[in-house]
Write a protein that binds this ligand. Structure first.
Ligand SMILES: [Zn+2]
Length: 77
């Protein structure tokens, strides 16, 4: 059987580029309200939603969003 090199290269690239333990901005934003809720409740948001915490550590945009949301909710609480 002859190997299809192009197919093989695509497969390898898929494996390398796929990081199931990381989420994108959309998913982070979807979970952000839950994350903030936990944070405000004094619970360990980072432990409950480690992927969100991880994203916030690496994404300035979402970090800003998170801090703004947190500040807004604290102000209304
Ligand atoms: Zn982000």
């Amino acid at each position: 059987m002859e190997l299809d090199l192009d197919m093989l290269k695509r497969m390898v690239r898929d494996i390398i580029s796929t990081r199931p333990d990381e989420i994108g901005c959309d998913e982070c934003f979807e979970k952000l309200d839950r994350f903030v809720e936990l944070e405000l409740a004094g619970k360990k948001a980072a432990e409950a939603l480690p992927l969100v915490q991880h994203h916030l550590d690496h994404c300035d945009d979402c970090r800003e969003e998170f801090e703004a949301l947190l500040a807004a909710l604290r102000a209304t609480a």
